[in-house]
Design a protein around this ligand. Structure first.
Ligand SMILES: [Zn+2]
Ligand SMILES: [Zn+2]
Length: 271
């Protein structure tokens, strides 16, 4: 947070679809440490947080445009856009002198590679998050490929409404894609690309919200209760004979994002 004599810079921020916009006043982001926490909600929803006084945030759209999601001891309300799923901030109470924790992913024109991060071990914070059990019978009649080196990963959105399994080669052997295009960067996608049949939904698929933009060729799917971005359905727009889904590895139960191998795509300049 700012001290009285520090010069403040203004940054405009918005969710991906633009339904939520605000301006923050803060010391230059190059002087900030941005919290990168591995707790259940930060790692799933891709939060990169700075702490601001509420008075240093001007909303250009109604705060009520966002959905609030709380869990556990209900210490904070996690706010995200119901149209595009971008997680915007964490609010602790509505007092004027309270803090808002702002997700810097929403700051327009930000280069996430250039920020200074402070890694926080939130995973061990009480109460420890318990991922939901995956049911024994899927919602969908889908048979994953019988490929011997495929591993089954259990995954769920934060609130547990959406549960599914992903069948892919071990993540210790293959890279996840970290892309800097607008939607990957704002919603925090880290992607792998299984075939459609290798993602089996056990609950909540019909609950997912859809968001499309630009050419609307692909559909982003996120949980409307907790704001977790689950996947991008390529809707068959892929090489002939392939029908992949782009699946966000952040949802995989007990995943350690620090141990993954990544390849980096310069989507900002490609798409
Ligand atoms: Zn939005
Ligand atoms: Zn959810």
């Amino acid at each position: 947070m700012s001290s009285p004599n520090q010069e403040l810079a203004s940054y405009r921020a918005s969710c991906h679809c633009g339904a939520v916009t605000f301006t923050i006043r803060t010391p230059s982001l190059s002087d900030h440490q941005v919290d990168r926490c591995d707790c259940s909600i930060c790692s799933r929803n891709g939060y990169l947080l700075i702490h601001l006084k509420r008075a240093d945030v001007d909303f250009h759209t109604d705060l009520n445009n966002m959905v609030s999601y709380s869990f556990g001891d209900k210490g904070g309300a996690h706010k995200f856009c119901p149209r595009c799923g971008s997680s915007a901030m964490v609010e602790f109470n509505e007092n004027e002198d309270s803090e808002l924790w702002i997700n810097v992913r929403l700051i327009q024109g930000i280069d996430l590679q250039k920020l200074n991060y402070k890694d926080l071990d939130g995973k061990m914070m009480q109460p420890i998050y318990k991922a939901p059990q995956i049911a024994t019978t899927p919602d969908q009649s889908s048979t994953p490929s019988a490929v011997s080196n495929f591993k089954r990963y259990n995954a769920n959105c934060h609130c547990g409404t959406v549960t599914y399994t992903i069948h892919i080669p071990s993540l210790s052997d293959h890279q996840a894609n970290s892309c800097n295009c607008s939607i990957c960067s704002l919603n925090g996608y880290l992607l792998v690309y299984p075939e459609r049949q290798d993602v089996v939904f056990y609950s909540g698929y019909d609950h997912l919200s859809d968001y499309a933009f630009g050419t609307k060729m692909v559909t982003h799917k996120f949980c409307p209760t907790c704001g977790s971005s689950i996947m991008i359905d390529c809707n068959g727009f892929a090489p002939v004979g392939v029908d992949p889904l782009a699946i966000n590895v952040r949802m995989i139960q007990d995943i350690d994002l620090n141990k993954l191998k990544f390849r980096y795509t310069d989507g900002k300049n490609l798409f």
